[in-house]
Design a protein around this ligand. Sequence first.
Ligand SMILES: *[C@@H]1O[C@H](CO)[C@@H](O)[C@H](O)[C@H]1NC(C)=O
Length: 89
Amino acid sequence: MANLATSFTLWLSLLSYSYINAMAQWPAGRSTRFYEFKVQTMRMTKLCNTNEIVAVNNMFPGPVIYAQEDDRVTVKVTNASPYNASIHW
Ligand SMILES: *[C@@H]1O[C@H](CO)[C@@H](O)[C@H](O)[C@H]1NC(C)=O
């Protein structure tokens, strides 16, 4: 029984440790988050077809912006594609 209680306590402290750790990595509100987006074309092969697509930071779909309510988000966008583009979010 003591073993069970000890392992439960250990499990609980590990759980709280990871929770606190996760909270430390998640930014608090009212902070400013900076992102850099480079819009460029890249070749993508899907079902044996290769096409040129417009991607952000070589990712399609583009990168995720993490923010909380009241955060300020600044995104520096560089359009290195041959097209005029607009970004919607
Ligand atoms: C992009 O937009 C500008 C301003 O409207 C226009 O002059 C230019 O021809 C456009 N370029 C392309 C590649 O569509």
